[in-house]
Design a protein around this ligand. Structure first.
Ligand code: HAM
Length: 421
């Protein structure tokens, strides 16, 4: 019979990989906590309307990539394609703004987008996601970028580029949209079908299009940065100044519009040349109108999300350095020894010593082989004769040194040696 495999674009993170994941997540928790962020855990399933209203109807995510289903005819639900909308929903549902004007939140977990799977692109992927709601000072834009760069350095990512842009606000964007549509009019024939439609629905999205014809046309298009109002211009200047204070290098990418509609003012991405077409490891930006659009007060917000699979594949930290091996293997020979091994192993485990035993009554040789294969640091040899003499042999598997230890004080001796207590 054929085995049932995982769904296309969904992948397992195997035990030999999880150590590196946990380490990296631990660094994120440590750094974000120092910057005042607290963890929030939101559901992976939300009402579909939440994403329609926040990410925007005329985006690739909402048009093509969401896993949406009717919940037995009651309502439409969607597996979250990102976390910002869910966090803002939770912020509003729990009226966090009423108790504290500033919410600094992070979450780590799976997201779902039905994209075409390829290197660095999955249908279930993970994000480390940060949101700062309630502050509009440009220094906060720089602050979360400083925090992000600190994190990327700690997980040893190098050769990355920080790209920034400003997408303006409701005051300056309409004039830009008009200039862009005027520019695109008459060039429809060179655009792909989606972009021809986007001229009417969401012209900004044409900057994201991967089609070569569209990319060539967009090269000559006006840029939002030259349309910024005074307030957006000042904001952007102050963000750049604050980044300069910390000597954080950046490039200005005037074509970066991000794939989600909620952005305003500062946007940023961290990109690399080592991921092929999927070059963004991090994406983020300000979303000053989103809380209001979702029915809340007029509160600003900014955040970013790091793609974990891309991060893990780029980080030079080695999986092998995070593997956990047992402290001890108890090789028991004969009934009495096996009974004792069962008792000692569980007593030691309870005290934090990772201990493995053999249940199949194998020979000493094959038990030693298994201890070796599991990379156990020590093996305790318990034979009938040893038990009669109230002794056991403890073998250091690294240097093959062996010592005889007393059964009466066995646990304490092992705790001392193995755990250095
Ligand atoms: P995003 O740019 O859509 O932004 O995604 C952020 C990151 O998630 C990307 O840079 C990439 O590393 C990773 N990612 C996205 N799609 C995939 C995929 N199919 N496979 C693997 N990795 C992927 C957001 O999601 C925003 N919510 C970020 C944000 C937070 N903006 C403000 N706050």
């Amino acid at each position: 019979m054929d085995i049932i495999t995982a769904v296309k674009g969904f992948k397992d993170i195997l035990p030999q990989e999880t150590g590196k994941w946990q380490y990296i997540e631990g660094i994120a928790r440590e750094i974000f906590t120092a910057f005042g962020f607290r963890e929030i855990r939101v559901p992976i399933l939300e009402k579909t309307d939440l994403f329609r209203r926040s990410i925007g109807e005329a985006t690739d995510i909402v048009e093509k990539e969401m896993y949406t289903f009717s919940d037995r005819g009651d309502e439409y639900l969607t597996l979250r394609p990102e976390a910002t909308a869910s966090i803002v929903r939770s912020y509003l549902e729990h009226a966090m703004h009423a108790t504290d004007p500033v919410a600094k939140l992070f979450t780590i977990g799976p997201m779902f987008r039905r994209e075409r799977p390829q290197k660095g692109r999955y249908r279930q992927f993970h994000q480390i996601n940060v949101e700062l709601i309630g502050l509009e000072d440009p220094r906060t834009d720089a602050e979360i970028i400083i925090m992000l760069i600190q994190f990327l350095e700690r997980v040893k990512l190098s050769q990355l580029k920080l790209q920034i842009n400003s997408l303006g606000c409701t005051a300056c964007r309409p004039a830009f949209k008009k200039a862009l549509t005027d520019f695109l009019r008459g060039k429809e024939a060179g655009l792909c079908e989606d972009c021809r439609r986007r001229i009417r629905t969401n012209p900004l999205r044409i900057f994201d299009c991967k089609d070569i014809g569209c990319a060539e046309i967009i090269e000559g298009a006006p840029r939002l940065l030259t349309f910024l109002c005074q307030s957006c211009e000042d904001h952007f200047t102050k963000v750049k100044e604050a980044l300069d204070t910390f000597f954080i290098p950046y490039e200005i990418n005037t074509k970066m519009v991000r794939g989600l509609d909620y952005y305003a003012k500062t946007t940023f991405e961290v990109v690399t040349e080592h991921l092929g077409a999927q070059n963004a490891v991090v994406g983020g930006g300000r979303y000053d109108g989103l809380v209001k659009d979702l029915g809340g007060p007029d509160v600003p917000g900014i955040g970013f999300a790091i793609g974990c699979e891309r991060l893990i594949s780029l980080s030079p930290l080695k999986y092998a350095d995070f593997l956990v091996h047992p402290h001890l293997f108890i090789a028991a020979l004969g009934n009495e020894a096996q009974k004792l091994a069962f008792k000692i192993s569980n007593r030691l485990r309870i005290q934090g010593v990772q201990t493995e035993i053999d249940y199949a009554g194998k020979s000493l040789k094959s038990q030693m082989k298994r201890a070796d294969k599991l990379h156990c640091r020590y093996t305790l040899i318990l034979g009938e004769q040893e038990i009669m003499a109230n002794k056991a042999e403890l073998r250091n598997m690294h240097n093959a040194k062996q010592e005889s230890i007393d059964l009466d004080t066995l646990e304490d001796t092992i705790l001392n040696i193995v755990k250095g207590r």
